[in-house]
Design a protein around this ligand. Structure first.
Ligand code: TRH
Length: 386
């Protein structure tokens, strides 16, 4: 366990262990809760930090962490104090030493006033969304003055000039142990009460509503080799059910789809590790699929102004180098069509043909990412140097 000493603005170092407050406003889906919960757990488990997670909706967190009771406004899980927070009706609590505002959520006025009133001002960071765009490195750790406080931007990212990616210690070793053990994999499938078709390509499918799904299912049903698709609960479950037809088995040609409940966050990792190809979305499932070490198709979080197109392109630009040109083009085309940047049907036969090359490439690329420091450690280092 690594520990750092913290300097607070204009102050001597405190005697006691530092306390962190992480604030999360759930915009939609699971990502905001998923990232802040993952970070909070890692800070407690690996850095010995006392963490309160203030979150304005407990339901998404309860889906990720089944032991959590969404009816309880305050509870402790895995060492993290989880507190329900609603708008500006905020209790008078002692301000933490380090305050993380996730994804530019607005902190309660009363809390900010208490931060400003503290003789020793807390460190205040805005943890931003993940993007591979070039400008991120230039904005990472920039200050934003809020006299008498100072807030700093902290950007996750893919290079050592950014805050890095969430990756808990020992994750890759646990993944390797699982992926090299048929016994562990069989036990996992048993626990989910399902049995992948023998010799099938195993695919997991998680994403946003997507009119391209029907074309993909059609292509999968016509492949010469079997495809077995694990479908944890998402909006795609209903779409796939409609495609198969009410009351019908989820089988067509060489395709079998296995609907699953929404899995606990830690179990979802096992699913990603157990599959040959993962369709993921948003931010956190995408990062977890990277660490799974298997090829992936990413449905990026769609934004009204199509700002996500540039983000998708930026990721392709850093991910593709090293792939030969035809493979890089197939990868790009497939991701663009899955994200409906254009309306061509996803070219499954072309994609399937390059899967072995993609798998090799992914592992090489991942080795570079793995060499970088993880986001939680970078955060702890940043606040420790003042
Ligand atoms: O749910 P999301 O679409 O969240 C989104 C994105 O984070 C987006 O960038 C953000 O702007 C928006 O929220 C507000 O996708 P994401 O980020 O992948 O989060 C899903 C989480 O759910 C992730 O931690 C994986 C987890 N998960 C499970 O725990 N069990 C499951 O069965 C599945 C399918 C996912």
């Amino acid at each position: 366990m690594q520990k750092f000493r913290f300097s607070l603005i204009g102050s001597p170092l405190p005697e006691r262990a530092p306390r962190w407050d992480i604030f999360c406003a759930v915009i939609d889906h699971y990502g905001d809760a998923a990232v802040t919960w993952r970070l909070a757990r890692q800070l407690v488990a690996e850095h010995g930090i006392t963490v309160r997670l203030w979150i304005d909706h407990l339901q998404p967190l309860a889906a990720l962490c089944p032991g959590l009771d969404p009816a309880l406004p305050a509870q402790r899980r895995l060492g993290v104090d989880i507190c329900l927070w609603r708008g500006d009706d905020f209790p008078a609590v002692e301000v933490a030493d380090i305050v993380i505002e996730a994804f530019a959520c607005e902190l309660p006025t009363r809390y900010v006033a208490a931060m400003a009133a503290r003789p020793i001002k807390p460190r205040w960071l805005n943890l931003e969304y993940l993007s591979a765009e070039d400008w991120v490195a230039g904005c990472h750790t920039l200050p934003s003055p809020h006299p008498p406080l100072a807030k700093h931007f902290f950007f996750p990212g893919f290079t050592s000039s950014t805050g890095g990616l969430l990756r808990e210690s020992g994750l890759l070793e646990r993944r390797d142990a699982f992926q090299s053990s048929p016994t562990m994999q069989a036990a996992f499938w048993r626990q989910l009460n399902c049995q992948p078709t023998a010799q099938a390509l195993k695919v997991s499918l998680f994403g946003y509503d997507n009119p391209q799904l029907n074309k993909l299912l059609q292509a999968w049903s016509q492949t010469p080799t079997p495809i077995w698709c694990a479908l944890p609960q998402s909006i795609l479950t209903a779409s796939a059910g409609t495609w198969f037809g009410a009351g019908k088995a989820w089988r067509c040609g060489n395709l079998t789809v296995q609907p699953l409940p929404f899995l606990a966050q830690d179990d979802y990792d096992y699913l990603l590790w157990a599959c040959d190809l993962n369709f993921v979305r948003g931010e956190d499932s995408f990062v977890r699929a990277l660490w799974a070490g298997r090829p992936l198709a990413w449905h990026i979080y769609p934004q009204d102004d199509a700002a996500h197109h540039a983000k998708l392109q930026a990721l392709l630009d850093i991910y593709s180098p090293g792939l030969d040109t035809p493979c890089a083009e197939i990868l790009r085309e497939f991701w663009l069509s899955w994200n409906r940047v254009h309306d061509h049907a996803p070219d499954w036969p072309a994609w399937q043909a390059i899967l072995p090359a993609l798998r090799r490439h992914h592992q090489t690329w991942l080795a570079q990412l793995t060499a970088q420091t993880d986001l939680a450690t970078n955060l702890v280092k940043f606040v420790s140097i003042g």
